[in-house]
Design a protein around this ligand. Sequence first.
Ligand SMILES: Nc1ncnc2c1ncn2[C@@H]1O[C@H](COP(=O)(O)OP(=O)(O)O)[C@@H](O)[C@H]1O
Ligand SMILES: [Mg+2]
Length: 238
Amino acid sequence: MHISELVPENDENGSPRAFFAGTTGSGKTTLMMKMIFWILENENPLILIFDTDGMWDYQDYSSMKWKRGVPVRITKMSQIVDKHTGFFIYCCDYPATRDPMVGMLMEWAFNHGYITLIVDEVGDFGNGITVIDILGNIIKKGRKKRIRVFIGYQRSQGIPVIVVTESSYFFIFELRSEKDRERLADRVHPDFFTKMEDYDFMAKTPYMRDPVVIRGGKKRYGDRKPGAIGVRSDSNDK
Ligand SMILES: Nc1ncnc2c1ncn2[C@@H]1O[C@H](COP(=O)(O)OP(=O)(O)O)[C@@H](O)[C@H]1O
Ligand SMILES: [Mg+2]
């Protein structure tokens, strides 16, 4: 499948949210990078990447065909304020929750609109704290402001629940824990449980490079009846 078929694009709901789930090393960041390269070659975008582990920073961008050259590693707000196009990487302090630039950049992005945000390893941004509040706002209210959001995390548990409920694209790599798979089954797609063998990540090679791609989520399947999730329906029978 060509990358162009996978890149989440704007639709009638506005800008999409996409969730990339899978254990460390399963290929989340690599797929996001391929998508970003495609976006850079085919759109005139504004992209901001929150990098928590250096994966984006250390990448060799020399082969990138983007006409504006390599990404800008930003260290202060003035480098991105007023920009309407560009490819920016912000390397977060550890822990990202204590890095004031993260919240400032997210707030800036929320007010600006027309931007693609990558929040890789969202678990590093903590739980129930300010950054997550701002990110939650972006996810919930940023669609019409044309804020496209790609979220990556190793697990589907332990992330803000709105990441799962608001996403309409899911790129699911290897998920070892049944609880992680159940979390997605609940939210993502009625077929997730009934066709469990298709999602038997353990049966695949330890490094599953081809994600299970699901285009759907609440927006598309929101009208499904309770109990429509296959084996789960037993518990709904009176
Ligand atoms: N489709 C792929 N084909 C071959 N190697 C891949 C593929 N996707 C990822 N890799 C390699 O696997 C390693 C881990 O990938 P990465 O995207 O960093 O995983 P994650 O972000 O899920 O931890 C990297 O060295 C990367 O080059
Ligand atoms: Mg990664």
